[in-house]
Design a protein around this ligand. Structure first.
Ligand code: RB5
Length: 149
């Protein structure tokens, strides 16, 4: 199924970001590349916020955002209304982020995860449905009640 995916990175994640853009376009997805576009130092909040807002507004169905650790962009993405961003180091974490947390943004750390693992994480994240189980749905709703977003 073709989906609209917002992708972004800072300089610490731009190599994987470019590979992910190509991977997802090859798979037939509609990919919006929110930058950055070079290895010049760039402030991760600017790029992460842009991609997260695309998910928040409904312009994108999901987001993938990369920095050196995945941590900074995850903190930023979770500021956007309706965004549930999960920083994943393994495909198992990506599966759980979808099934249990219905995460809609994946964050990755290029300096922490080998490319083949990162590729597996991205594909797992984008192909695993939320479980739909009542207990998981209730817990996700409680997150949104807490943050009023
Ligand atoms: C940039 O050096 C680095 O701090 C950034 O990519 C990210 O890891 C922040 O969380």
């Amino acid at each position: 199924m073709s989906r609209r995916i917002a992708v972004a990175a800072d300089h610490g994640g731009v190599d994987y970001k470019d590979r992910i853009v190509a991977l997802l376009r090859d798979a037939g997805h509609d990919v919006a590349d929110h930058g950055t576009h070079s290895a010049e130092p760039a402030d991760y909040p600017d790029y992460a916020h842009s991609a997260a807002e695309a998910v928040s507004s409904g312009d994108a169905d999901a987001g993938v955002i990369v920095c050196g650790s995945g941590i900074g962009v995850s903190i930023v993405a979770n500021k956007s209304k309706g965004v549930r961003a999960a920083n994943c180091l393994t495909a198992e974490m990506a599966r759980l982020a979808r099934e249990h947390n219905n995460a809609n943004v994946l964050t990755l750390g290029e300096r922490l995860v080998e490319w083949e693992t990162a590729r597996e994480i991205v594909l797992t994240f984008l192909t695993t449905p939320a479980s739909g189980d009542a207990r998981h749905t209730r817990r996700v709703e409680k997150i949104h009640d807490l943050t009023e977003c």
